[in-house]
Structure formats: structure tokens, C-alpha cells
Design a protein around this ligand. Structure first.
Ligand code: BG6
Length: 515
């Protein structure tokens, strides 16, 4: 008899899973940036790694007139530019044979009837068995049109044959009311199990590692609470400006664009309780509890807890760049924020009085996303008694680097070699690149594959999205209510944001981590 190693029940679900069933992926808004930069390169890389089901077909649905051939050529050009792995000609040829283009207005039912015929034909030709994955990557003003027409054309119906699922790109609403409305529209056509609200940060390798780090190691979880953790910092810093996205960004701003979704999602992974198992709903039940425990920031508190900023002209990597108000299609008097720093509390047993500081901005000196878990100081005795500056930077900090250079590092104190006792912080560093010797897949690869397999773990559930909006709406209202004192602060491009953001954390006797 052989002794079997006991299986860690939390890890059971992480075992590699079977290949998803063949299906047709229909991208609405297929001529847009997302298809070119992310979706098609992701699908190609999955194909190159042998992860795609044979027979998969890709249908681009958009308004512009073009042939299959032209569409394929455009996608090839984009894939050569943006793919993680170099394009292999033979492989591309094979992959491209699965691609076709369907021209239609989003609001014309007729176009959906024709789509249905096309999909039936693909079922016959490629063996896709009536399985459909719809990807809503068109402008959000078209979501309702697309969903309603899918339903009216019988394309959302899973009763007949195969399955039908929908991936909804962000933005998922612009506030609680619009998100609720969109959820209602979605659910007239698709059940929650068939709805995949994408948040690409959840597909990033290090974000997925947060639960493993916490629940597959015995070291951290005992310390993961208000007794040992002083505070948490979550930073997403970008060098890029808004590129050509003023049309969207002017109405969104950094709070809606990044905090409502990506950063609050990271926060829930850090703050959640261990789920009872690894099913999508057990995990999301825990995440939603965190969102519900977040202390809402009352309108009159907003100026004290949240700082918003906008970049002015400055320089990035020694190159002069213009200010936000000078960007194409941005109003010269725009009040849209490109930077947010905020302080929030999670009012539950584990996190009582532990501040979470969130900071996000465009046109900052360095790009990077990380989470810093700052532990409480060791007692003020022995090596820590000296007040000569030793305490500076003496906290243990566990840094989870989401990007770039994904990894985890732990800062601790060490004696400097030599006869005298001098102490200096040092870093224990784990890097994915070095430890696993290969590049991590792109977030969209993992997420597309999960949606094909029907696994919603890394997608936001209805209640998560709505809870997050409640928190964000209070801040937006605080900013835009009459007589509010929370102004917009300017920072030069290439700086770390407005001085008021430093003040926000310094008022609590803490400082932002340097990236
Ligand atoms: C998107 C935002 O969701 O995320 C962008 O709309 C932002 O404004 C981007 O630049 C950041 O994602 P990543 O993966 O490049 O860090």
C-alpha cells in the first residue's frame, strides 16, 4: 500500500482542468482597440499553447464594411504587434482559418438573425455544437441593444443546444443606478451563471496568487489581522496619459476607471476571509462581505479621506508631455480626475481600525501596481530603542507586485556585517520570472479560457459590482455636491501626484511607499 499525500482541500480546485468544449466566440465591437491589443493576441497565445478546443471559431461583429480576408489581415498585423509570443506563420494560418467577420448595426435585429444562420453553419463546419461565448466589447451605450437583440433572435437561448454565455467589458455602469439597470437588462437575457463581468486585474497572475499566498502558507494568515498589520497600501501607478480615450475618460475619471473595479477587487482578495471551498460562489461570497464591511465615506468626510488630482504639463522619462486639459478632446476647463488617493476602513473583526490606503494615477514617474502589507513595529526595546532614525523604514512590509516584474518580497531588518551593531532593512525577493523561468500568461488569456470553461471565479458577480458602486457613489456625490471643499489638485506630469495626497497619509503618521 502506498502512502498518499493528503490533498489540501483549498488547492484541489486549482488542479489543471479539462479542455473547454468547442465554441464560437462572437466579439461585438470587433474592430476596436481591445480586440486588436488584447483579445485576439490572447486567443492566439492560447492556441499556440495548445489550450484552445479544436474547432473553436471567432466571429467579429461590427458596423464597418469589410471582408473576412481584410479582417483577418488586420488582426494578423495587430497580433504581430501585441502578442506575448512571436507569431508562427503556420500556426497563424491555422488560427486565422477560424476567423470570420459579420457586418451589422448593433441595433438591427436582422443582423442577429443572419448571425444565427452563420453560427449554425459554423456548428456544422467546425463542430462548435451550439456553444456560444458573446463578448461585449462595443461602447457601453450599445450593451442594451446587443443583449436585447441576442435574446430576440433566439441567440441567448441555451435550452435548444449547447450553452450561451456573455462576457461584459467595463465600464459596468457609471454609478449604482446604471449598474443595476444594466444588471437587469443582462438578466432578462442571461442567468447569473452565464454572465461574466470582466475585470482584467483578476486575471493577472499575481492577483490570482494572493489567495494561494494567504491560504496555502501557514506563515502569513496568523498575522493577517489588526493585531499585526498596521496598514495596507494599494498603488496603481501609470506613466501613460489617457492616450486617445478622452471620449470615455472625461466622463469616467480615475475613481470610476480604476478604483471602483480593479483596486477594490484587489482589496477584497487581501481582506477576505478564507472561503469554505474554491467554488466561484464561495469565493465571491467572501469578497462581497468585504465590500459590505467597508465604511462608507460620508459626503462631508470626502475632503478629509479622498484626494483627487489632475496632471498638468511636465515630463516623463525626460520627455516633455502636455497636461490633461491639453489632451485631444478634453475640455480646457475639465475637472476630471486622473489621480485619486484615499483612505478607507473595513469595519469587521479582522480589520478593525486598520487603514487601507489606495493610490492610483496617470502620468506618474513610474508604472507599477503593488500591494504593501505594512506590519506593526517590533516593540521599542533592544534594537528598536534607539531614536536616532533607526525606526525609519523599520516596519516589516510584504509587497505583492502585481506588475511589472511580478513577485512577492518581504522587507525585514538585518545587521550590517561588521563589529558594530548597525541595522538596515533588507529584502527577501521572489520573482516569477526567476522561479518559474517563463513569462506569465496575459490576464485576458486566463479569463477567456475560464469563460469558455464556465468558471466565473475570476469575474465580478452582480452583488460585488453593486456594492462597489455604493462606496464610489458616495465619493462622487461628495465631490460634486454644492459647497464641497474637496477641490481638484494639480500635479505636474512625472511627479508622484499632488502634495495633498502625501498629506493625507502623513496626517496619520505614515508615508507612501516608494515604487
Ligand atoms: C483599464 C483602464 O481598465 O486598465 C485604463 O481603463 C488603465 O485606464 C488600464 O490604463 C490599466 O491596466 P493595465 O493592465 O495596463 O495595468
Amino acid at each position: 500500500m502506498t502512502d498518499k499525500m493528503p490533498v489540501n482541500p483549498l488547492l484541489e480546485g486549482l488542479a489543471s482542468r479539462a479542455m473547454p468544449e468547442p465554441c464560437s466566440v462572437v466579439i461585438f465591437g470587433a474592430t476596436g482597440d481591445l480586440t486588436h491589443r488584447k483579445l485576439v493576441p490572447a486567443l492566439y497565445n492560447l492556441a499556440a499553447d495548445g489550450d484552445l478546443p479544436p474547432g473553436l471559431s471567432l466571429v467579429g461583429f461590427a458596423r464597418r464594411d469589410k471582408t473576412d480576408e481584410v479582417f483577418r489581415n488586420e488582426l494578423e498585423e495587430a497580433a504581430r504587434k501585441y502578442s506575448r509570443q512571436a507569431i508562427n506563420d503556420e500556426l497563424w494560418k491555422n488560427f486565422a482559418s477560424a476567423i470570420c467577420y459579420h457586418r451589422s448595426e448593433f441595433g438591427e435585429l436582422e443582423g442577429y438573425h443572419l448571425l444565427r444562420e452563420r453560427l449554425h453553419q459554423l456548428d456544422k463546419d467546425r463542430g462548435t455544437r451550439g456553444n456560444r461565448l458573446y463578448y461585449l466589447s462595443a461602447g457601453p451605450d450599445q450593451f442594451e441593444n446587443i443583449l436585447t437583440n441576442l435574446k430576440d433572435a433566439g441567440l441567448a437561448d441555451t435550452a435548444a443546444a449547447g450553452w450561451a454565455r456573455v462576457i461584459v467589458e467595463k465600464p459596468f455602469g457609471t454609478d449604482l443606478a446604471t449598474a443595476r439597470h444594466l444588471n437587469e437588462v443582462v438578466h432578462k437575457c442571461f442567468d447569473e451563471e452565464c454572465t461574466f463581468r470582466i475585470d482584467h486585474f483578476l486575471g493577472k497572475e499575481t492577483a490570482q496568487n494572493i489567495m494561494v499566498l494567504r491560504f496555502a502558507n501557514s506563515l502569513f494568515e496568523h498575522l493577517w489581522n489588526e493585531r499585526y498589520i498596521d496598514h495596507v497600501q494599494i498603488t496603481a501607478s501609470e506613466q501613460l496619459g489617457i492616450e486617445n480615450r478622452a471620449g470615455y475618460y472625461e466622463g469616467a475619471g480615475a475613481l470610476r476607471d480604476m478604483v471602483q473595479n480593479h483596486l477594490l477587487q484587489l482589496l477584497t482578495l487581501i481582506a477576505m476571509e478564507p472561503p469554505t471551498d474554491l467554488s466561484a460562489d464561495s469565493i465571491r461570497d467572501e469578497k462581497v462581505k468585504v465590500l459590505r464591511s467597508m465604511r462608507r465615506i460620508a459626503r462631508q468626510e470626502v475632503a478629509r479621506s479622498v484626494v483627487r488630482g489632475q496632471y498638468g504639463a511636465g515630463s516623463i522619462n525626460g520627455k516633455a508631455v502636455g497636461g490633461y486639459r491639453e489632451e485631444k478632446n478634453v475640455k480646457p476647463e475639465s475637472m476630471t480626475e486622473t489621480y485619486v488617493a484615499l483612505r478607507l476602513l473595513v469595519d469587521n473583526w479582522r480589520w478593525a481600525n486598520v487603514p487601507f490606503y489606495i493610490r492610483v494615477g496617470k502620468r506618474l514617474p513610474k508604472g507599477g501596481t503593488e500591494i504593501g502589507i505594512h506590519f506593526r513595529n517590533a516593540p521599542d526595546v533592544l534594537f528598536n530603542r534607539d531614536q536616532s532614525g533607526l525606526r525609519d523604514g523599520s516596519q516589516n512590509v510584504l509587497v505583492i507586485r502585481i506588475q511589472p516584474d511580478e513577485g512577492v518580497s518581504l522587507r525585514m531588518q538585518s545587521k550590517v556585517p561588521g563589529a558594530s551593531v548597525r541595522i538596515q532593512p533588507v529584502k527577501m525577493d521572489f520573482r516569477y520570472g526567476t522561479s518559474f523561468g517563463k513569462a506569465s500568461p496575459e490576464a485576458y488569456e486566463r479569463l477567456l479560457l475560464d469563460a469558455m470553461a464556465g468558471d466565473a471565479t475570476l469575474f465580478a458577480r452582480r452583488d460585488e459590482v453593486e456594492e462597489a458602486w455604493k462606496f464610489i457613489d458616495d465619493i462622487e456625490e461628495g465631490w460634486h455636491s454644492e459647497g464641497n471643499k474637496s477641490g481638484l489638485f494639480f500635479y505636474p506630469a512625472g511627479s508622484w501626484g499632488p502634495a495633498e495626497a502625501d498629506q493625507l497619509i502623513e496626517n496619520d503618521g505614515r508615508a507612501w511607499r516608494r515604487l
